[in-house]
Write a new protein. Sequence first.
Length: 222
Amino acid sequence: MGPEQFQSLNKIICVLCEKSDETEITGPLSSKESTSAHENCLLFASGIYSKNSPTYDDLFGFAVEDVKEEQRRGKRLLCHHCKKNGATAGCDLKRCKRSYHFPCAIEARATIDEDINKGRFKLFCELHDPKSKKPRSADGRRPDLKRPDRRDSNSSTGSSEVSVSKKKKRNSPILIDSDDDIEDTLAPIYAPVESHIEDSTSPNRYNQSDPDPESKRYAELY
């Protein structure tokens, strides 16, 4: 059953949003030549514009043929909010493909940019509100700032601390118990260097020589 048949039953239906209620969102409902539409559904429709003076026209300045053509165009578009056909109010951001029935757009928190004096009536979906200062991604989510991985920094710091600790351990003195009667304390000594070990041989060992065998035999005879 088409809109004209609804009107024959004395129930006027907007050909764009298919609602009969007149609210602050939709604006007044008007009819011309068996075609009815809400004022705001017409003003924010993406495919038509007013050609006549809205003050003296029964359809807010829109031509009947233009409204019917917009109705046909909307039947090919699915409303992003209610998932039904007839979505003629599209987001004014060119790269955005979202379309709505005008009342559905308001329910979906779309933003309108309206200047009656300049004849500007624009609609932006929730994602592309030009007044919003918070950037969003294509799926509507705010970008998540990646925090630095503390495990990486801790692991590098930990390896550095281990290296320093080992270095200090190599240079620390060796503590042994002292048998000295005068001072019964722990006396620090350092591990001997290889050159010191070689020089620890008694010097007499190098200077002392074995007696001559002939001299020894001569001494025994006399």
